[in-house]
Design a protein around this ligand. Sequence first.
Ligand code: FSX
Ligand code: SF4
Ligand code: F3S
Length: 400
Amino acid sequence: MNELDNVTKLRNLDWEGPADLERRLEMPRRDFLKFCAGIAGTLGLPVGAEAAVAKAIESAKRPSVIWLHFQECTGCSESLLRAEHPTLEKLILDVISLDYHETLMVAAGHQAEQARKDAMAANKGKYVLVVEGAIPTKQNGVFCKIGGHTAIDMLKECAADAAAVIAIGSCASWGGMPSTLPSIPGADSSPTGASGVAEILGKPVVTIPGCPPNPYNFLATVVHFLTFGALPAVDKLGRPLFAYGRLIHENCERRAHFDAGRFAMAFGDEGHRKGYCLYKLGCKGPETYANCPTLGFGDAGESNWPVGCGHPCIGCSEQGVGFTKPIHGMAKMLNVAPPLQFPRISEDVGKGAGFASAAALAAIAGAAAGGAVMLAKNLGLSHEAAELQKAKDDKQQAEV
Ligand code: FSX
Ligand code: SF4
Ligand code: F3S
């Protein structure tokens, strides 16, 4: 009996071999393994982890998922199911057992409510609760009712026996677009008092913000749960570190233009056409934590993300930025250090910093100071100014 058989036996599951898997997923095994490697890479797992991911997906019993919809546009579900990759939705629906999802399930009315109650009873303490949309709190939550229950009551009921709760999208994570203030003088909350899941449950939950979020970040979170029996490490806002650990600005493909002071100053101008940095058009990459530049959306190819398409990031995933700050207003620079601060492949361990790590820290500190100077210098430039400067330098050079 091989190792895979052992894993399968331990989990008391049926394993019918690679041919069955190919049939089940409607994809060649090679593509399946490529997918597993992609997920392992997204999670930041070490080389070889794709085998563990593959085993978990192949052999684990699909976790029952109850998916609630509240105040939102259903863009999160759409982004999961409308990916260009023909098999992504197949994989999602094969990796999880989606037992209740109001916009996807065939059942309606009482049958749908019964399906939810049946799935919750049959998988008590084991199901994953996914929440999409904000929860209105004003006037006892009357602004969103399903099957006669308010979103508040339904959320609390479903969360009580869940093994894990995942808030998908900015709406469920922190209130998102529905939580924005109306442009009425003195307004101090949204018309419905739209809130995030953690606020209602009074305890932290895993959040996958974005409007919509990247489907791979959700899928990778679920696969982590399947592979390791636990949700991934998160930051203080519940965001998985593998996806939200770094500022967009740190990994942006236009970063070299930023560092060199080459900015697009208007949509369609020369700098914009040349792919210069969008900071001066309001890009919020410098104050938004997400992996949009490194992951791309919908499998439609590299650069398939807002900045890659030529529009500034609006900070859709970041509370206090997206839907709050003016889209074309300048971002706050949270970190001026150039990409020198990226961690090295192997870090020193043990008590105190060794010579190499002390040198690295000094380099980072120096880079930060240098970065601040460069920032002050470069932000005063536009691509036009930079080109004028270059012409001046060339002229001086020619005269020497
Ligand atoms: Fe829409 Fe989801 Fe935005 Fe909200 O995404 S894409 S409004 S985050 O809850 O459906
Ligand atoms: Fe990229 Fe925006 Fe940063 Fe410019 S400001 S480098 S476009 S993230
Ligand atoms: Fe949103 Fe900005 Fe990413 S607008 S999708 S957080 S690039």
